[in-house]
Design a protein around this ligand. Structure first.
Ligand SMILES: [Zn+2]
Ligand SMILES: [Zn+2]
Length: 264
């Protein structure tokens, strides 16, 4: 059985646990070490059991405690070369042996899990999403997505669980109080994914047979969990699919952990 749990999700900090009995991975460490510890403990995992931290990109909401945790618990950190270059403050705290570089689209192994990192369009050095394979299951995590591409959909396909960004409602963002330059950044090709595109993507993936989805990295300012869920539910309704028994769909909470999803 492979388990996945979003510990924190959003611009205030991200951390996701994926693991099985033998191998335990943290994807991003974008809240304090203390909060990561609390989040893991609440699902019965200790930081001393973590085998690796994988970094999606160098924005602070994804990396702020990476260096501290690696140093304190001697945890190897996996990032792409350009991401390493973009987070020198963190890498300075990490022992050279614990700095491991992956290349997007190239498989690597952590314990008994296989990982395929893939590129994401976003305004960072070399942002990546991850598909983690273990126990005959595939878990994919992809947030901070400027726009959807066929390449991204290919990487998401046939996942047993997908955590996908559903950042904002376009109308809320446009009418909201963010300054114009920030609105332009979020709406741009390298910004964040809106509810509508997340919904369309999920509907496409459901048609291909996928069943479990977590919506993540929701904006506090330009979204509501209910609105994100409703937008996806509507898109699924249009293709004659109901959420609930058939399809698992929930929002990954901002300040606490999601349900622990056990994929058997
Ligand atoms: Zn982010
Ligand atoms: Zn980002």
């Amino acid at each position: 059985m492979i388990k996945c749990c979003s510990l924190y999700s959003g611009s205030s900090g991200n951390a996701i646990f994926v693991g099985n009995d033998d191998t335990k991975i943290l994807i991003d460490a974008g809240v304090s070490g203390k909060r990561i510890e609390q989040g893991l403990n609440s699902i019965g995992v200790s930081l001393t059991e973590i085998d690796a931290i994988m970094v999606s990109h160098e924005h602070s909401d994804h990396i702020c405690s990476v260096g501290y945790l690696s140093k304190k618990y001697d945890i190897p950190v996996y990032a792409s070369e350009l991401t390493w270059n973009g987070m020198e403050d963190q890498s300075a705290k990490i022992a050279p042996d614990n700095r491991i570089t992956f290349r997007p689209d190239c498989w690597f192994e952590i314990g008994n899990l296989d990982v395929l990192p893939f590129r994401i369009p976003h305004d960072a050095s070399e942002p990546c999403g991850f598909s983690v394979f273990g126990n005959n299951k595939k878990v994919t995590v992809a947030t901070d997505i400027g726009h959807m591409t066929n390449y991204l959909i290919k990487n998401m396909e046939s996942s047993d669980l997908l955590l996908i960004e559903s950042n904002h409602d376009i109308e809320m963002l446009k009418c909201g109080r963010y300054p114009w330059h920030l609105k332009k950044r979020i709406l741009g090709d390298n910004g964040h994914l809106c509810n509508e595109v997340a919904a369309k993507t999920i509907a496409h993936l459901v048609k291909s047979g996928m069943k479990r989805f977590l919506l993540g990295h929701l904006s506090t300012e330009n979204n509501f969990p209910e609105l994100a869920l409703q937008t996806v539910t509507n898109a699924l309704g249009e293709i004659g699919v109901r959420t609930g028994e058939e399809i698992f769909l929930e929002v990954a909470p901002r300040n606490t952990n999601s349900k622990v999803l056990e994929l058997i």
